[in-house]
Structure formats: structure tokens, C-alpha cells
Write a protein that binds this ligand. Structure first.
Ligand code: ADP
Ligand code: UDP
Length: 189
């Protein structure tokens, strides 16, 4: 049985995960972009039973329980063709619970690497407060909590990938195309 190939994309809120994933899928047709945050927002808006919990976590800048997120990611991968594509899993795994659930629930998927978009907090804040998507969590109060969650829960996961020899760190400061070229070079695309 073939397994899906996965590249996790991590980085702080506003580090450019969505922007760079879009550029990758627009340029290379064998990639599929799965944003964990988008899947959660879609589930919330479609009246899923987990909707209230998702809304609460997003407004608190905390992390939705893994069984919800992994279920959505798994369903999306199956929909796109489980073993045929290279999946860019954006914004996940964000904490130990996410990380452990991924490997517990999914049948030993092949994780190529974790791409880490590295960006200082002051730039993250500027980008998020300038993002014009009308997201209810893009306000300074929730953003402060998201940055704390990123530091306390997600950065240890990034270190975990580094220790496993699976981390590709990218300088995510600069213009969008310069960063995209760094990613292409790092992934040999
Ligand atoms: N390299 C960059 N320079 C300036 N602004 C950027 C850059 N990359 C992304 N942005 C902008 O910053 C905001 C956050 O980017 P986004 O890709 O949504 O980040 P994330 O998915 O990591 O939260 C968006 O408004 C986006 O247009
Ligand atoms: O695997 C995930 C991905 C996202 N989120 C929630 O969704 C929010 C927005 O995440 P997204 O990746 O869309 O945006 P970012 O914060 O990186 O800009 C986060 O603050 C979390 O509350 C989550 O709980 N688990």
C-alpha cells in the first residue's frame, strides 16, 4: 500500500504559510495545499458539531483538540487521492497532542520534512494586523495569545522536527518572491 507524502509547514501567525503554499501549488501541480486553519474554519461555518469548540479555541488563540483537526486532514487527503499527491499540511502539528495524534491515527504516513518559516514577532504582528481577510482572530488581543501559544506549544514541535533531522528552516523575512525562491532551493523544486 502506498502512503501519502507530507510536508508540514510551520511558522508563527503571519509568517507567510498560506501565501507560500499558494505559490507552490500554483507552480507545481503535484502538490495539494491543506491548511488546517482553513479546514477548521470551513467546519465551523458549515455547522459541524465541533463548531462551537473551534470558534472558542480560535478566539482564545488556543489549539483545537487533535481528533477534530486530524479527522479533517485525513478526510481531505482521502478526497484528493490518498497516495497520489504531495500534501502541504499548513499550520499543523501545533502542539504535542497534534503531533502524537497524527502518527497514532494515520497509518504511518511518509513525512518528507517540516518547512519552518522563521520570522521575528514584530514582523508577524505587522503582517497579521495588515491582513485584510476580515478574520475575527486577527485583532491585537487574540494575536497576543496566538503568539504565546506559538512560542509555548509550537516552537517545541519545530525543535522536535529538528532533532529528528526533518526540519528545513527558511528565512521568512523579505519579499514574497525572494522567500519563494529560498523554498524552491531548499526543496529542490
Ligand atoms: N513576505 C511577505 N512580505 C510582506 N507581507 C507578506 C509576506 N508574506 C505574506 N504576507 C502578508 O502577510 C499576511 C499573512 O500572510 P499569510 O500567508 O496569511 O500567513 P500565515 O498563513 O502564516 O498566517 C497576509 O496579508 C499576506 O499577504
Ligand atoms: O492545526 C490547527 C490549525 C489551526 N488551529 C486554530 O486556528 C487558528 C488559526 O490558524 P491558521 O493556521 O489559520 O492561522 P495563523 O494563526 O497561522 O495565522 C489558530 O490560532 C488555532 O486556534 C488549530 O487549533 N489547529
Amino acid at each position: 500500500m502506498a502512503f501519502p507524502r507530507v510536508i508540514f509547514i510551520l511558522g508563527g501567525p503571519g509568517s507567510g504559510k498560506g501565501t507560500q503554499c499558494k505559490k507552490i501549488i500554483d507552480t507545481f501541480s503535484d502538490f495539494v495545499h491543506l491548511s488546517a486553519g482553513e479546514l477548521l474554519r470551513d467546519a465551523k461555518n458549515s455547522g459541524s458539531t465541533a463548531g462551537e469548540l473551534i470558534q472558542k479555541c480560535m478566539m482564545e488563540g488556543s489549539i483545537v483538540p487533535a481528533e477534530v483537526t486530524v479527522g479533517l486532514l485525513k478526510d481531505a487527503m482521502i478526497k484528493f487521492g490518498w497516495e497520489k499527491k504531495r500534501f502541504l499540511v499548513d499550520g499543523f502539528p501545533r502542539n504535542d497532542e497534534n503531533y502524537n495524534a497524527w502518527f497514532r491515527i494515520l497509518p504511518d504516513p511518509y513525512v518528507e520534512c517540516c518547512l519552518f518559516l522563521n520570522c521575528e514577532d514584530d514582523i508577524l504582528v505587522k503582517r497579521i494586523l495588515g491582513r485584510a481577510e476580515g478574520r475575527s482572530d486577527d485583532n491585537i488581543e487574540t494575536l497576543t495569545k496566538r503568539l504565546n501559544t506559538y512560542r509555548d506549544s509550537t516552537q517545541p514541535i519545530i525543535r522536535r522536527f529538528a532533532e529528528a533531522g526533518k526540519l528545513i528552516a527558511i528565512d521568512a523575512e523579505g519579499d514574497v518572491d525572494t522567500i519563494f525562491n529560498r523554498i524552491r532551493a531548499a526543496l529542490s523544486l
